[in-house]
Unconditional design. Structure first.
Length: 165
């Protein structure tokens, strides 16, 4: 049975310098390979990107050094496997070289009906909701995950109820 929900994720980071600064070279050089790795990873559905192939020029916040990554995965496990293994984990461990520590949540996860894409405005709102209320079934983190609505006890199986394939 295919999932009727996908996992949206947004993460933000404040660069230590503008992306064209030599300090940021190592990070910038990793963008294409890491984005391509994501796209080849099991469970990857979609990611926000411009014609340049990444989302670094998308300004979600007033701070021009605050960059955003927004993607969609078919399961929590698929995203977790991508984030915490292989080349992505290597880059993640080097994050302090290029990024400043934020005093607000930098990652938010939430479930969306399959076929629906997260928007940048929705991602910004989910980060704000997480900062205000903490993790919940509406928006959560890797440390405090919540199951997809279909997996919650008592949740209706729409496909069975409507006799859909």
């Amino acid at each position: 049975m295919s999932s009727t929900y996908h996992l949206a994720q947004v993460n933000i980071a404040r660069t230590k310098a503008p992306l064209d600064d030599p300090l940021m070279r190592g990070f910038v050089e990793q963008l294409d390979p890491i984005n391509q790795l994501a796209e080849r990873s099991p469970g990857f559905v979609w990611r926000l990107q411009t014609e340049e192939g990444d989302a670094t020029s998308i300004q979600l916040f007033d701070d021009s050094r605050l960059i955003v990554n927004l993607s969609l995965w078919d399961s929590f496990e698929a995203l977790k496997n991508y984030v915490y293994s292989g080349d992505h984990l290597t880059v993640l461990k080097a994050k302090k070289s290029w990024m400043e520590k934020l005093d607000t949540p930098s990652l938010a996860l939430w479930w969306l009906p399959a076929g629906q894409l997260p928007t940048p405005a929705e991602a910004k709102a989910q980060l704000a909701l997480l900062a205000k209320n903490g993790p919940s079934s509406t928006v959560f983190t890797f440390a405090r995950p919540y199951p997809a609505p279909e997996a919650e006890p008592g949740a209706a199986d729409v496909h069975s109820a409507l006799a859909l394939p």
